[in-house]
Ligand binder design. Structure first.
Ligand code: TMP
Length: 206
């Protein structure tokens, strides 16, 4: 059996990644594909516990390197316990965030060294990279307004200043520029239906 397809969704908070992931999962399932819809940090019981730790607000703060290592601790569990097995079974893996998020948030946002992130990626997922990455691009003002309008109580990242999200966004765009064959940048101000149509068109080529 051939390896399944590995599609990731990236963007700042409020860009609409999760809605697009859900809509695409439904559309692909309706076409007869077996879909594994998952997210990072998280996706397995162990990785979800690490997620809770990584995203919780805390009065004693969290050093950026601790944050980075928690993201990769969750990722290592997710890849080995869920993601790689699903790909080996030939499934379409639709993942809400992956290592590009570490590059954008911990690299671009927090200013951590890219070489360290590369080294961790080579430990957590040697020889595994997404086939296609949708970057939902949106101005931080608009994204944060959407995210903070949600009924949930938000998380530690949503408390960051606009300048942090501006760096994250700029870094995502830089990653897309570096790897144009893998990234598809979508204007996240489009309607959900327009985004789904654009994404399906891109997937047809796969
Ligand atoms: P979300 O995907 O539900 O928006 O929340 C996940 C948060 O975790 C989001 O603020 C981005 C952050 N994050 C990182 O900082 N680095 C990572 O590697 C990942 C996967 C997520």
């Amino acid at each position: 059996m051939t390896r399944g397809r590995f599609i990731t969704f990236e963007g700042i908070e409020g860009a609409g990644k999760s809605s697009l992931q859900r809509a695409l999962a439904e559309a692909l399932t309706a076409r007869g594909h077996v879909v594994c819809a998952t997210r990072e940090p998280g996706g397995t019981p162990l990785a979800e516990e690490i997620r809770a730790l990584a995203l919780a607000r805390r009065s004693d703060g969290m050093p950026p390197t601790t944050e980075l290592l928690l993201m990769f601790a969750a990722r290592a569990a997710h890849v080995s316990q869920r993601l790689a097995p699903a790909l080996a079974r030939g499934e379409w893996v639709l993942c809400d965030r992956f290592t590009d998020a570490s590059r954008a948030y911990q690299g671009g946002g927090r200013g951590l060294d890219e070489g360290i992130i590369d080294a961790l990626a080579s430990i957590a997922h040697p020889a595994l990279a997404p086939d296609l990455t949708f970057l939902l691009d949106l101005a931080p003002e608009a994204g944060l307004a959407r995210a903070r309008n949600r009924q949930d109580n938000g998380d530690r990242f949503e408390d960051e200043a606009l300048a942090f999200f501006a760096r994250v966004r700029a870094h995502y765009l830089l990653l897309a520029q570096r790897e144009p064959q893998r990234f598809r940048v979508l204007d996240a101000t489009q309607t959900p239906a327009e985004l789904l149509a654009a994404a399906l068109q891109e997937l047809a080529a796969l």
